[in-house]
Design a protein around this ligand. Structure first.
Ligand code: ADP
Ligand code: MG
Ligand code: ZN
Length: 502
């Protein structure tokens, strides 16, 4: 099905009611893997961070990472879940080259956390409650790279390379109950849920939750049922969607695709699908009509996990302020609308702006740079704001230079460009590039006199009372000073020299 065969979004929602299920995987930021002492640092030489345990060698034995369990409990508590008094790991058996043990150590019918909810705020301020089925502990797989084909997929490849550095890195999988009642806002709810979850994970300090680096990824399950009916339709499952915008687009596309299939008398097959960034479409992956037989059984090499109630209460007592509560507080401090705050959240800029304000910037100026120039740059480079090579302290310094008149907006942008290009701190960039505003009266006066002499006709008009013509002379001075003059002061000087009044 191509994009043009889709039913329009409005028509789809007139006839059908969407039901969603979101499965989010979060890679924890622990120093070592879930069941062995191997390092989890990114970017190391392939297969240098492995040992007999994470390579599944016979006779090796796993040991549970205590920080991994602690992180899972924190996430469970923040999601208002019940924390199991006793739970176990299970083996999920399947054969795949990137999984050296031929099973994934996961949790099955005994997750560490279950039955919770997360309240998410929509753009108009309304709060929507998403119910959580479970949050369980598991481990990541290795990474395959297929070499020689045109597409990087296994089809057509000459050979495949395997890197097991990622095998065994702790993951928490968070699964929602079916999300009903969102109607036309289902895609918005999906995006807001993942955004809120990401903020929560960051606030708990259990992972950086960078979606573009795959530290957090979302599977979007979606089905439609005729409006007014109860029974769920057949779902599709769009795998590994890795940005907030893509989560929203994937849900929207699947609503339109399901509606097209159903309204033409077809049936939806239960399958996994791949999302395509270029046009926002999904294509068929693996058919999943019957539950796969993973032959789950309790992991015999690991002891059960039985977190004491004292430990759980200790962790509950030190939970951070919830992101939504914190955002409402910040929103009042900054004097901005719900909608503005939502955009800041979606841009991943809440912490950055907060840190910039803490470093001394005015909140309006901090927002302006992060949501303007820097958001544009991040977008261009296809990275998240936090990944730009500029710190909140540096942005605060730029706003201070603007506030004291050393830089105007144009020069501030050039300063930021210099910092991003690795030329050093704002002061160093200003110094090296010679970016100071010319406010020295002598130099400005000379530039103004030259502009008047070179534009005699315009000067006469201004003398005659046509003050509006002053803009042309200001422009000439700005050009002559390469944009480094204080434009307001230039205007004053021109009017003074020509004896005109505003
Ligand atoms: P699987 O491992 O097969 O993907 P899970 O139960 O782990 O199954 O996850 C399925 C997700 O989809 C859950 O979030 C669940 O609430 C949701 N879900 C289940 N049935 C439907 C349906 N018919 N339509 C939409 N979502 C569904
Ligand atoms: Mg699934
Ligand atoms: Zn290991």
């Amino acid at each position: 099905m191509t994009v043009t065969d889709l039913v329009s979004y409005e028509d789809a929602l007139d006839t059908y009611d969407p039901v969603m299920g979101l499965e989010v995987h979060v890679e924890l930021g622990t120093k070592t893997k879930m069941f062995c002492g191997c390092s989890t640092t990114l970017g190391a030489e392939p297969n240098s961070q492995t040992c007999p345990t994470c390579l599944g060698m016979p006779g090796s034995l796993p040991v549970v990472n205590a920080i991994g369990v602690e992180s899972a409990i924190k996430i469970g508590l923040a999601l208002n879940c019940t924390i199991a008094e006793w739970c176990r790991f299970a083996r999920k058996n399947y054969f795949y080259p990137d999984m050296p043990k031929n099973f994934q150590t996961s949790q099955y019918d005994e997750p560490i956390a279950f039955d919770g909810y997360l309240d998410v705020q929509l753009e108009d301020g309304e709060v929507f409650r998403v119910h959580i089925e479970r949050a369980h502990m598991e481990e990541d797989t290795g990474k395959s790279t297929h070499v020689g084909g045109a597409t990087g997929r296994i089809q057509g490849a000459r050979h495949s390379l395997l890197d097991y550095n990622r095998a065994g890195i702790p993951l928490i999988e968070i699964v929602t109950k079916p999300i009903e009642g969102a109607g036309e806002r289902a895609p918005e709810v999906a995006k807001a849920y993942v955004a809120e979850l990401r903020e929560l994970i960051k606030a708990l300090d259990v992972s950086e939750a960078r979606m573009e680096q795959g530290q957090m990824r979302c599977d979007v399950n979606l089905s439609l049922r005729p409006k007014g009916t109860e029974k769920f339709g057949t779902r599709s499952e769009t795998k590994n969607v890795n940005s907030l915008r893509s989560v929203e687009r994937a849900a929207r596309f699947e609503i339109q695709r399901h509606a097209a299939v159903l309204s033409s008398g077809g049936t939806i097959i239960q399958e996994t699908r791949h999302f395509h960034e270029e046009d926002g479409s999904t294509t068929s992956g693996r058919i999943k009509e019957e539950a796969e037989d993973y032959r789950y059984f309790p992991e015999p090499d690991l002891v059960p996990v039985a977190p004491s109630r004292e430990w759980v209460e200790e962790l509950r007592a030190v939970l951070p302020e919830l992101p939504r509560v914190r955002r409402n507080r910040l929103r009042e401090e900054w004097g901005i609308s719900e909608h503005d705050m939502q955009s800041i959240l979606n841009a991943g800029a809440v912490d950055l702006i907060t840190a910039t304000v803490e470093a001394g910037a005015d909140s309006a100026a901090a927002r302006k740079w992060w949501m303007g120039e820097l958001a544009r740059r991040a977008n261009e480079d296809g990275v998240e704001l936090a990944a730009l090579p500029i710190t909140p302290e540096q942005v605060a310094r730029v706003t201070a230079l603007v506030a004291d008149g050393s830089l105007n907006d144009k020069l501030a942008r050039q300063t930021i460009e210099g910092v991003l290009a690795g030329e050093g701190d704002p002061d160093t960039v200003v110094e090296k590039r010679g970016l100071k505003v010319v406010s020295d009266e002598g130099a400005l006066g000379t530039a103004v006199d030259e502009a008047i002499a070179a534009n005699a006709a315009i000067a006469d008009k201004i003398r005659g009372g046509k003050v509006a013509a002053a803009g042309a002379l200001v422009g000439a001075v700005m050009k002559a000073t390469r944009g480094q003059a204080d434009a307001a002061r230039v205007r004053e000087l021109i009017l003074e020299r020509l004896g005109a009044k505003e």
